[in-house]
Design a protein around this ligand. Structure first.
Ligand code: C2E
Ligand code: MG
Ligand code: MG
Length: 407
């Protein structure tokens, strides 16, 4: 059974709600129910071993939203579900921004409650596995990574982005790799999380940004003006990294035009960001930078949430693109995202395009840009030969592959 051994804390000042949840969830989990935020925090300060915390958003004294930052401090591994009286986008945004993972609405549909708790437990397990992997990250890995950052043992690969309508290559995403002295070239999955955990993502991210902007400038000078580079930004960089100052300084040093730099933040990190961090993105955008939501569709945000964000484009996650030509549900989802994003005057970039059929489908939907192995795998900038035209033309694919602009 999925919930075996899982511990749940239920916080609500309405006794009826507390009882309904407690009776139902106790059938599968070990549950404690309390009637105020104050009591919950007092308990968490002595005993933080709860897997899921379900709290009402509105309570007589301390509200659920006020509680969340304290919970995240006291029990950082607990996954939070909020209870609301109504299902509105504003509520969902408030809950997610505060740090909740999901929400349930009254009156309860108990099968929905069950599903939300299961999702939360799965999510918590995934998070803990990642942490264990990162901290299998013992002292030694941290030392190695720190040394790697000091010695710049990294390389930036670039993956082309194609304008789907014209076939022109209009930009590239910068993707970092670690040139590990013993293990060889390591993908970001092996070290980004540890870099985030340790704060090393801040100097590393700054280095990637600098390399990518300098490379874009080189491509401009080589005769590809307007070529745009996309750089991934982790939530930690936005929270503590003086991101605005770093970006301004990098653009000055590399003399890159701001509108040739696109910053990518994942959907999940956008939802976790506080108002002040969203404002940082808004001010970067005012300077002319482009902002994209990465891996869109993998978080739990509603499409309506998009309209409140200072963004220019949405990067549709590769899992949907993969299924778009085989799974009607994925196809419907891709269509819905493209249509809604366009109505909100946002561009759509499809990630993970691997086949002509996927490309055709996306072209039919008027998807704006594409990225994927069909056009090219991530590759280092230097050895790429510019022997061919920087264009993707399917009908000529036998005679004409494409490459990034010369370096
Ligand atoms: P992402 O930003 O979503 O990048 C796209 C990932 O999908 C890349 O993996 C790319 O190689 C892969 N990909 C692209 N096209 C295809 C395709 O057609 N098929 C398949 N199967 N995969 C494709 P990569 O390079 O391993 O990067 C993984 C993630 O690591 C990135 O996902 C990004 O979230 C993170 N990352 C990479 N570089 C940086 C960085 O400099 N800073 C931060 N904070 N994160 C980074
Ligand atoms: Mg990305
Ligand atoms: Mg992505």
């Amino acid at each position: 059974m999925i919930g075996k051994g899982a511990r749940l804390l239920i916080v609500d000042d309405e006794s009826h709600i507390r009882e309904v949840l407690h009776d139902f969830l106790s059938q599968s989990y070990d549950c404690v129910a309390l009637n105020s935020g104050e009591d919950a925090l007092a308990l968490l300060s002595t005993e933080s071993s709860f897997d899921v915390i379900i709290s009402d958003i509105k309570m007589a004294r301390m509200s659920g939203l006020e509680m969340v930052p304290h919970i995240l401090n006291l029990a950082p591994e607990a996954v939070i579900i909020m209870i609301s009286g109504q299902r509105t986008i504003e509520f969902a945004i408030d809950a997610m921004r505060a740090g909740a993972f999901d929400y349930i609405t009254k009156p309860f549909d108990l099968s929905e409650v069950d599903a939300a708790v299961r999702r939360a437990l799965d999510h918590g397990k995934l998070f803990k596995d990642k942490l264990t992997r990162a901290s299998g990250s013992d002292e030694n890995s941290v030392k190695q990574l720190r040394r790697a950052v000091d010695n710049e043992e990294f390389v930036v690969y670039y993956q082309p982005q194609v304008d789907i309508e014209s076939g022109n290559i209009v930009g590239a995403e910068a993707l970092v790799r670690w040139k590990h002295p013993e293990l060889g070239l390591l993908p970001p999955a092996d070290f980004i999380l540890l870099a985030e955990e340790t704060g090393l993502i801040i100097p590393l991210g700054r280095w990637v940004l600098h390399m990518a902007c300098a490379q874009a400038k080189k491509w401009h000078q080589a005769g590809f003006p307007g070529f745009r580079v996309a750089v991934n930004v982790s939530p930690r960089q936005l929270q503590q990294g003086n991101l605005c100052e770093t970006v301004v300084q990098t653009l000055n040093e590399t003399e890159l035009e701001p509108d040739c730099l696109e910053l990518e933040l994942t959907e999940t990190s956008m939802m976790q960001n506080a108002e002040s961090e969203i404002e940082i993105l808004a001010s970067l955008r005012k300077m002319g930078l482009k902002i994209a939501i990465d891996d869109f569709g993998t978080g739990y945000s509603s499409l309506g949430y998009l309209k409140n964000l200072p963004i220019d484009s949405v990067k549709l996650d590769q899992s949907f693109v993969k299924g778009a030509t085989t799974d009607p549900d994925d196809a419907a989802l891709v269509m819905a995202v493209v249509t809604l994003a366009h109505n909100l005057r946002l561009k759509v970039i499809a990630e993970g395009i691997e086949t002509e059929d996927q490309l055709k489908f996306l072209r039919l939907l008027r998807c704006d840009r594409g990225q994927g192995y069909l056009f090219g795998k991530p590759a280092p900038a230097d050895p790429i030969e510019a022997t061919r035209q920087a264009r993707y033309l399917p009908e000529d694919r036998y005679v004409m592959s494409y490459s990034l602009p010369p370096t």
